[in-house]
Design a protein around this ligand. Structure first.
Ligand SMILES: *Cc1c(COP(=O)(O)O)cnc(C)c1O
Length: 261
């Protein structure tokens, strides 16, 4: 994706206008969803997911006022963040995170939305201390794919499909406690992706309502963990209706991604 041609002035200005228009339409959707939910617009932060798109797009987005960007793969994110290091951007890591990538991610990420297991908490905590960096904001990613929304369960552990990650809802309290007491880490809240499989597939409204419930239970014990990261290009309205504080939007701002190889 780093082709040397994207510096051409005409191309760059066309891309800027396209991103500006897309941002405006996403902004309208967010504002309308907030109004419909009786929420104030400033309760919701737009995080633009720039994965698969080049650093030149991140720079344009920054110039258009975007302050929060997200990536899901360290191999792509690390060089991009490096190239954009002079900009006023907060970097969110939203993908599955292997412990051997922790050191690299801690060089640029302000927040990790995809904390889903004890071993990762330990690695992140040790990494922050070693790097002597500021505390890392952490969200617990919840896998809602195995949930039945009330009656019984027995679904397989990763019913939301391979590669999506996330902790089982039953494990969230223990992970929250571990995060809250881990040196160098700050428990900011919870995150989920609407499940593609399981009983709540195709029902992001139900999935995000369940996430809101999990969030309020976490906040009973950890009142500062107020972030609810939910909603993407296709379901940001349902997420905002259910109380999301952060929506992670890629396609609707940057365009359809090429299929992953
Ligand atoms: C890619 C991605 C998004 C953005 O998805 P779009 O449908 O392109 O808006 C949000 N969250 C996560 C975790 C992602 O990987």
């Amino acid at each position: 994706m780093t082709d040397g041609q994207n510096g051409s002035g005409a191309d760059e200005s066309a891309r800027r206008e396209q991103l500006r228009a897309n941002l405006a339409s996403v902004e309208q959707r967010i504002a309308a969803a907030c109004a419909a939910a009786g929420r104030s617009r400033d309760e919701v932060t737009l995080v633009v997911v720039t994965k698969t798109y080049p650093a030149s797009d991140v720079k344009l987005l920054s110039g258009l006022g975007v302050e929060d960007v997200a990536e899901n793969r360290d191999q792509d994110a690390a060089p991009k963040a490096e190239e954009c290091s002079g900009l006023n951007l907060s970097w969110h890591f939203v993908g599955q995170l292997q412990t051997n990538k922790v050191r690299s991610v801690l060089r640029y990420a302000d927040r990790v939305h995809s904390v889903d297991r004890l071993r990762l908490i330990e690695a992140l905590s040790a990494g922050v201390l070693k790097a002597e960096r500021e505390p890392l904001g952490c969200l617990i990613q919840v896998d809602l794919g195995g949930e039945s929304g009330g009656s019984g369960s027995g679904a397989p552990e990763s019913a939301s499909g391979p590669g999506r990650g996330g902790a089982r809802p039953a494990d969230v309290p223990d992970l929250a406690a571990a995060l809250a007491s881990a040196p160098g880490l700050r428990l900011d809240g919870v995150m989920a992706v609407a499940p593609l499989r399981g009983p709540m597939a195709g029902r992001p409204d139900l999935a995000f309502a369940r996430l809101a419930e999990i969030s309020s239970r976490v906040r009973e014990v950890h009142p500062a963990a107020t972030m609810v990261s939910a909603g993407m290009s296709g379901d940001l309205e349902q997420a905002i209706a259910a109380g999301a504080t952060h929506v992670r939007v890629g396609t609707a701002v940057l365009g359809a991604r090429p299929p992953l190889g």
